[in-house]
Write a protein that binds this ligand. Sequence first.
Ligand code: SAM
Length: 205
Amino acid sequence: MAKLRGLDVSTIWWEGNTGPERYDFASLFGNDHPVELDLGCGKGLFLYNQARLRPGVNFIGIDWSRSFSRMGAERILRHGINNVRIVADDSWTLFPRFNPGSMSAIHVYFPDPWWKTRHRKRRMIRPEFIGVCERLIPIGGLLSVATDVGDYFKVMEQVLGQATILRRLPDIDPDVDLRSDYLTHFERKYRLEGRSIWRARFERI
Ligand SMILES: C[S@@+](CC[C@H](N)C(=O)[O-])C[C@H]1O[C@@H](n2cnc3c(N)ncnc32)[C@H](O)[C@@H]1O
């Protein structure tokens, strides 16, 4: 049983190898609301904020850090939020277990930049990621990315910009954005440090 500081989180958090072979979101969430995916959700601040703001949407977070993702799950449970599930695993292992067109949006916020050249192939946004978007996001769905690493953002723009299945949407007005909550823990940290943040949104076409 997945207990965290006395709290049983097993209804909303599990490790990938103990989860379903194939994800059926209608039975997992008990409704047929759209599902959004947060890749590398960390401690789950985005999931926590968005799930409360948008109760008509289901959210699934993935992070291969057991400890961070469980922390996120604990907070979700403590607040009685029932439209979030979190899986501790490598995202790339889980992608094939999701049904085609099952994610109305994919969010990739502050993905690890993998600085060393020999590690670059581990980056989340890389050419193979286009295939993931093509398979999981239905036409009209959304891909949203943000990073504080300018070089990685250039790569994101190049990789995603070349994808014929994606159309870049106009940037969000930074003033509007600044009035709202921070998207994620890393965004809060980096904004407080005064770092620049790059974002882009794409529609699946
Ligand atoms: C810099 S943190 C950002 C966390 C969160 N998105 C935020 O903005 O606060 C990157 C996260 O991605 C997770 N991660 C990196 N590669 C991953 C992968 N292939 N599958 C799942 N999680 C991954 C790491 O464990 C880490 O928690």
